[in-house]
Design a protein around this ligand. Structure first.
Ligand SMILES: Cc1cc2nc3c(=O)[nH]c(=O)nc-3n(C[C@H](O)[C@H](O)[C@H](O)COP(=O)(O)OP(=O)(O)OC[C@H]3O[C@@H](n4cnc5c(N)ncnc54)[C@H](O)[C@@H]3O)c2cc1C
Length: 430
């Protein structure tokens, strides 16, 4: 997506894929809202293979033993991974990128060696997925160690044309039963559940506790297992890292591909800016990293909310480890908040159309984190309100007098203050 986007802008791009991708399963789904977005971006017209309108009826057994069918939802997409990925690379090639498939890129002292070609790129971006890559820092887990085991087998005839998510005591099962052919069932488990037992033994036990299509799955075999732990790489100010290589989300969201595609749009904007202002490259890399981590944190919060809806298995290890963590915002109450000493107003970078520009904002001198806005709210005047400790209510009242804030609703300003608390910039205390 990044190569496609930059090539469309007329930039000179090389895309290198070593051809050893490790997909989660034969299919992944994309939500209806993303489908509409991709259509608007002209992306669907480019992707000729491996993408179809999702023909399956989606259902969930979650929070109760009843099957709930999702009716009336916008139709999503079914991605045939591998075929979809090649179609994307073809689209980049058609847009003008040079695409290398089945080779590695090796960094030499003054150039990169890609097969027999020598490349001297101005900037390099890593979109290498969740697998370990020697060039990048190790991934830090930010959720329980999770494995997804995928089995392929024969579904019951009545389960044809369905995709069902089912919560069971040891995890959850995602069955995918096309009109014809084999069905797949991905089973998400705590990794230690597989410590003393084979994947076959564990899956047999899991399917025995299921009520939906998983319970009727026959003659199945384990196809593969994937790490599905939520993880993130640290903020990088010298490498542009995007998609799963930057941060992974829980597969329950079904939004990993959407996240990777929007990350590519964001990274394209960072690269386009750096080509004009190369001295901003470290700031742009760090800004992109933080954007990835912020997006992942938002996904994490919504995944916890979803896990929280399942109350039947609260005493089982899988569900205990997925209880929502305490939210720092909940600790605020009516207490006064103060700004941490390292945060001050500064000129910061903000995305503006296809580029970054410098605007008034605030920065944490200890981490280099820069922030221009929280949603529509400019950060500089909000930070200035906290020249002394104030309660949220007092700060909102005072902020409403600032010329750049009074056009906004008090609710938006209130929300922005709480976001600064969640970020650790505002803390309770005098
Ligand atoms: C069990 C499970 C189920 C999931 N289900 C869904 C779902 O239904 N919907 C959804 O949207 N998301 C789902 N996801 C998440 C989704 O697969 C990822 O979020 C998404 O593929 C990330 O895209 P990416 O481009 O960052 O990385 P990837 O898709 O992993 O692509 C990385 C690419 O980099 C290449 N590469 C790696 N290392 C190198 C190297 N050193 N040199 C050259 N090339 C290299 C690989 O060949 C690969 O093509 C699921 C994940 C899991 C674990």
């Amino acid at each position: 997506m990044l190569a496609w986007e930059l090539a469309r802008q007329g930039r000179s791009v090389a895309l290198v894929d070593h051809g050893r991708a490790h997909y989660s399963g034969p299919f992944e789904t994309v939500l209806g809202s993303t489908r509409a977005l991709w259509q608007r971006m002209g992306l669907l017209a480019q992707l000729k293979h491996g993408v179809i309108a999702d023909p399956l009826r989606h259902g969930a057994i979650w929070g109760s033993s009843e099957m709930m069918w999702r009716e009336g939802d916008e139709q999503g997409l079914l991605l045939q991974r591998g075929v979809f990925d090649r179609a994307f690379r073809d689209a980049a090639r058609e847009a003008g990128a040079t695409v290398f498939e089945g080779v590695r890129a090796e960094q030499q002292e003054h150039h990169w060696l890609v097969g027999t070609e020598r490349l001297v790129p101005t900037f390099v971006a890593y979109a290498t997925g969740r697998a370990a890559t020697t060039d990048l820092a190790k991934m830090t887990p930010v959720g329980p160690a999770t494995t997804a085991v995928t089995a392929l087998g024969e579904p019951a005839r009545g389960d044809r044309n369905t995709a069902v998510v089912e919560a069971v005591q040891d995890g959850w099962i995602w069955t995918h039963v096309p009109k014809d052919g084999e069905a797949s069932a991905a089973v998400l488990l705590n990794r230690d559940r597989l410590k003393d037992h084979s994947a076959e033994e564990v899956l047999a036990e899991v399917f025995a506790t299921a009520l939906g299509p998983g319970s009727r799955f026959r003659n199945w075999r384990v196809a593969h297992a994937n790490d599905a732990t939520m993880g993130e790489r640290c903020v990088s100010s010298n490498l542009l890292v995007l998609g799963d290589a930057a941060a992974t989300i829980d597969p329950l969201a079904s939004q990993g591909v959407e996240k990777a595609v929007s990350a590519a749009g964001h990274a394209a904007c960072a690269i386009a800016t750096a080509l004009e202002q190369p001295e901003w490259w470290p700031r742009l890399c760090a800004l992109h990293s933080r954007w990835e981590l912020g997006l992942q944190a938002a996904h994490r919060r919504s995944t916890f909310t979803f896990y929280d809806q399942e109350e039947r298995f609260g005493e089982h290890a899988f569900w205990r480890r997925r209880m929502p963590p305490e939210d720092p915002v909940d600790l605020v109450g009516g207490k006064p908040l103060r700004l941490i000493p390292s945060v001050h107003t500064a000129r910061v970078l903000m995305r503006h159309g296809p580029r970054y520009i410098e605007v008034d904002g605030a920065m944490d001198a200890a981490t280099g984190e820069e922030l221009a806005r929280v949603a529509r709210v400019p950060v500089a005047p909000v930070v200035s309100v906290f020249d002394e400790p104030r309660t949220v209510a007092d700060a909102v009242a005072l902020a409403s007098k600032a010329p750049s804030l009074f056009v906004l609703s008090p609710r938006e300003v209130h929300e922005a203050i709480l976001q600064l608390v969640a970020r650790g910039w505002l803390v309770p205390g005098n």
